[in-house]
Write a protein that binds this ligand. Structure first.
Ligand SMILES: NC(=O)c1ccc[n+]([C@@H]2O[C@H](COP(=O)([O-])OP(=O)(O)OC[C@H]3O[C@@H](n4cnc5c(N)ncnc54)[C@H](OP(=O)(O)O)[C@@H]3O)[C@@H](O)[C@H]2O)c1
Length: 285
């Protein structure tokens, strides 16, 4: 592959592993780093040292502090990783003349809209995680013109426990679960997102993108659809308003992302692909 070397920082996360599998499968020269090899809490010199050795053409940051409620309780850590850590990594990328690609989130938006968000819509985060990720976007953009900001949303994939796997588990055990009806967004399968990220970051068309499966659904309706797609009962799911639950972080009530010309599959297609993938993995065990 003529592209050069891609270094994924955060390669052991849910999306990081999907991206590694996608890029490796397509024959790219790719190196993945976990937090034990490249830690965003370390100083810039240490980050520079490890990355300089690898001579990257592009650095893709999937690493982040991702605990949305935890960020309210520990804002210093969320900011140290997502804001200051991204600044260090973006600046190191610029020093090494590497393209910088930064994965961000629908939570940079406030949810006060009646249509899926476009990349150029104004960000206005309403929780600490969203603010920390928006700072990350700012550093990605400030550090160099050769950057990509890739916003995605409501991720699930086989490499980590997630909302879909949790719903499947609860359905199999008929364990009652309360699920929110008034958060609407776009569930996105990491397989689809990884595939689209590869297309964007090798395009040379720098800028901000929405990279999410398409459509809009509430958490509750998503949970019912998951059970139905897996042939499991859903009567253990109890609809509830988020106001009745005690989340530390506020979430945008409506945050679907419009992925425009990327022509991403629907969230239902992503769900079926994920269930098929799970079945293959289980068969092999
Ligand atoms: N999950 C979602 O629903 C969602 C939605 C929208 C956007 N996103 C964004 O998508 C990206 C991937 O999310 P994900 O769900 O795949 O995350 P994840 O599974 O929680 O993985 C995050 C990774 O970040 C790494 N990390 C954490 N602290 C670090 C540090 N100090 N230095 C270096 N690496 C560190 C961890 O590395 P180790 O495992 O090696 O310790 C971990 O593997 C993130 O940027 C996130 O903000 C996620």
């Amino acid at each position: 592959m003529a592209f050069g070397r891609i270094v994924v920082v955060g390669a052991r996360g849910m999306l990081g592993q999907a991206v590694m599998a996608d890029l490796t499968g397509k024959g790219y020269n790719v190196v993945g780093l976990g937090s034990d090899q490249c830690n965003l809490l370390h100083d810039a010199e240490a980050i520079h040292r490890i990355l300089a050795l690898l001579e990257p053409t592009l650095i893709l940051q999937t690493a982040a502090y991702t605990d949305v409620d935890g960020a309210e309780r520990n804002p210093e850590l969320a900011m140290a990783i997502n804001k200051d850590g991204t600044q260090k990594l973006a600046e190191v990328a610029a020093q090494l003349d590497a393209i910088f690609a930064y994965v961000s989130t629908d939570y940079v938006f406030d949810g006060h809209t009646d249509r899926p968000y476009l990349p150029e819509d104004k960000a206005n985060p309403i929780n600490t995680y969203g603010r920390s990720k928006l700072y990350g976007e700012v550093w990605a953009k400030e550090s160099s013109d050769t950057h990509y900001v890739l916003r995605t949303s409501w991720l699930y994939g086989r490499h980590r426990k997630n909302f879909v796997s949790m719903i499947l588990e609860s359905a199999r055990e008929a364990k009652p679960m309360t699920i929110v009806t008034d958060w609407i967004g776009t569930p996105s399968w990491t397989g689809n997102v990884a595939h689209a990220i590869e297309r964007v970051i090798t395009s040379g068309a720098y800028g901000t993108y929405h990279v999410a499966d398409q459509g809009a659904v509430s958490k509750y309706d998503q949970a019912v659809a998951i059970c139905r797609a897996a042939g499991l009962p859903s009567d253990h799911l109890k609809p509830v308003s988020y106001k009745e639950l005690n989340f530390s972080a506020q979430r945008p009530a409506y945050s679907p992302l419009n992925s425009g010309e990327l022509a991403m599959p629907s969230w239902e297609t992503g769900l079926h692909a994920y269930l098929a993938e799970l079945a293959t993995v289980t068969d092999r065990v």
